[in-house]
Design a protein around this ligand. Sequence first.
Ligand SMILES: NC(=O)c1ccc[n+]([C@@H]2O[C@H](COP(=O)([O-])OP(=O)(O)OC[C@H]3O[C@@H](n4cnc5c(N)ncnc54)[C@H](OP(=O)(O)O)[C@@H]3O)[C@@H](O)[C@H]2O)c1
Length: 306
Amino acid sequence: MKLLITGSSGMLGYALRDAFSKDASCNIAGMDLTPTKCGKKPSSFVKCDVTNYDKLTAAVKKIKPDTIIHAAAFTDVDGCELDPDKAETANGLGTRHIAEIARECNATLVYISTDFVFDGRKRVPYAEDDTPNPINVYGRSKLDGERFIKEIMKEKSYFIIRTSWIFGPGGKNFVDTIIKNAQNAKNLKVVSDQFGSPTYTLDLASAVKRLLEIAAQRRISRGVYHITNNDDCSWYKLAQKTLEYYRIYDVELIPIVSDELDRPAERPRMSVLDNNRYIKLSGKPLRNWNRALEDYILLKRRGKDV
Ligand SMILES: NC(=O)c1ccc[n+]([C@@H]2O[C@H](COP(=O)([O-])OP(=O)(O)OC[C@H]3O[C@@H](n4cnc5c(N)ncnc54)[C@H](OP(=O)(O)O)[C@@H]3O)[C@@H](O)[C@H]2O)c1
């Protein structure tokens, strides 16, 4: 496989490099705004902004990928709210460029999307065919990316993978923030009225690899899949388990409601994703998020998280 990973220096990029480099026949080209400082290095790297169509076209034509995993995005949810043009350019237009180039190269395209395409008003987990209705700029820009992919790739091979609440080595995430803030505080306030499924990047990257392998075997050309670790919780519960597994016992967690935070972007209250389509395809769910979190924290305690 000749694989191009966009956003290769980001948190999920780290895990994708790790998962696909286990396959000796896979040649990985990375693309990002800056080269990675940690994890497995890709076989080649090109510094490229996906919003620059000409540079992107030239770079991809040189790489000649048969598969592209598009993980690059402007992921700062509040930052997107404050700069909607940047969000739409990076996440909407950038994805449109990637889709146009993937179609031209006849490459299979995997687009990493988000639970934030949903409004969070549902009481039960969201299925792939539920109607998206994003409530913030980030969600709208990522949904625009999904629409460009469906429109441009049409009869070509593409997969849209929605995931949620990711944590793992090599990037900024909630688990790291809780541990860092707990070092200098007696108490921490954490939102207890938003629910989702925490997802370990290393588990997600392996699932993406598995999905591509099964799709190739069974000649499945396209589809939307929800992939997260199993089970769900609130941010408060995730913080509680983070401190417990990291063995921090002297910090009090105070549950608060979302409105108390007064952040620029509204968040969906319940964005748990139903994984049944992926489970049916692969034969099993990803493990419970608690077990994945334990593994990640073990990695951190051993100082091997970057
Ligand atoms: N984090 C989550 O909880 C979550 C949940 C659901 C879905 N997702 C999706 O999963 C994917 C990976 O997320 P992540 O958490 O790994 O994000 P990340 O750590 O922020 O990685 C994204 C990478 O893309 C790069 N990038 C940004 N704009 C770019 C552009 N115009 N051209 C090229 N590269 C660009 C970023 O560079 P800079 O850092 O220099 O900007 C960064 O290295 C994203 O598509 C995101 O929407 C994330």
